[in-house]
Design a protein around this ligand. Structure first.
Ligand SMILES: NC(=O)c1ccc[n+]([C@@H]2O[C@H](COP(=O)([O-])OP(=O)(O)OC[C@H]3O[C@@H](n4cnc5c(N)ncnc54)[C@H](OP(=O)(O)O)[C@@H]3O)[C@@H](O)[C@H]2O)c1
Length: 284
């Protein structure tokens, strides 16, 4: 299978590159060589790689900065998927685009299902939702894979920041009234590779099992760093951010479980694996 990965240097893209199955021929041109907002560059990339699938991991992911840069977020998260999907539809190429729990308003009380009404509250969430809609309107065979609270690898992520603060002897005040499903990029990458041969379309939710608040994640990281008392739980109102966050964004992953025989491990076990990697980095 030929796969074209766009955004391969990012958090998820790096995990995908680290887990490529033997039967996949992967082309992963860097941003400098293929800008996903450039139609001619996309056409060249598609004609060169002749992919069965495009994995569109290039995205505008600075959730708070997006509030003051809505055009940039929209260009990358909505216009680029629309452009790519049109080109893919014309060539019979399948497209997978990760999306986010932030397309929901966060006011639910049970895990969000794929067909629940969306209601993004931030510029980032609205731009990702517009990208989802554009993909489905393009006529391409498209899969939108919504995930949440990613961590792993060398990229910046919440657990990595907490680890670095704990190791530097800094305490942290962390919100405890937002709940979601943390997801290890390595696990998500393996699910993605397994899904490609099944060629599903539509929307799929994919996250590690279980529910956590940001404070619970931070407490596990601090405990692993030997500073169990370093976290103070606070309310979101005490930690205002430019972009509003959903207070409940747990994803219902039953559709993924029905498709893949792989067990989805709990977020805590996945986080422990990442913490071992962080420990090994420190020892190196
Ligand atoms: N991170 C999360 O917690 C999270 C949660 C839910 C969903 N998601 C979704 O998962 C996907 C991957 O996220 P991520 O965290 O892996 O993102 P990321 O680490 O921010 O990586 C984004 C990648 O896109 C590249 N890029 C940016 N502009 C580009 C352009 N014009 N042309 C080509 N490449 C460009 C970046 O390259 P440069 O660095 O060179 O610009 C970077 O390699 C996104 O769709 C995101 O919305 C992420």
């Amino acid at each position: 299978m030929n796969v074209l990965l766009l955004g391969g240097a990012g958090l998820l893209g790096s995990a995908l590159r680290a887990t490529v199955p033997a039967d996949v021929q992967l082309a992963a041109p860097p941003h400098a060589r293929l800008d996903v907002t450039d139609a001619a560059a996309l056409e060249r990339g598609l004609d060169l790689a002749r992919p069965d699938w495009v994995l569109l991991c290039a995205a505008y992911t600075a959730v708070d900065r997006a509030e003051s840069e809505p055009e940039a977020a929209h260009r990358l998260n909505a216009q680029a998927p629309a452009l790519l999907a049109r080109l893919c539809a014309a060539r019979g190429v399948r497209v997978l685009m990760p999306s986010t729990d932030y397309v929901f308003d966060g006011r639910g009380t049970r895990p969000w299902r794929e067909d629940d009404p969306t209601g993004p509250r931030s510029v980032y969430g609205r731009s990702k939702r517009a990208g989802e809609v554009a993909l489905f309107e393009s006529g391409a065979q498209a899969l939108v894979l919504r995930t949440s609270w990613l961590f792993g690898g060398q990229a910046r992520s919440f657990p990595r920041t907490m680890w670095e603060r704990a190791r530097a002897g800094q305490d942290s005040r962390v919100v405890h009234d937002q709940r979601g499903s943390p997801t290890y990029a390595g696990d998500l990458a393996r699910w993605i590779w397994a899904l490609l041969s099944l060629a599903p379309t539509g929307v799929l939710h994919a996250a590690n099992a279980g529910v956590a608040s940001w404070a619970e994640i931070a407490e596990r990281v601090y405990a692993a760093a030997g500073r169990a008392q370093g976290i103070t739980r606070v309310a979101s109102t005490e930690y205002p951010t430019p972009a509003p966050r959903p207070s409940y964004s747990v994803l219902d992953c039953a559709r993924l479980d029905a498709l893949l025989p792989l067990p989805r491990r709990p977020w805590g076990a996945a986080l422990d694996e990442f913490l071992s990697e962080l420990r090994a980095e420190g020892a190196a």
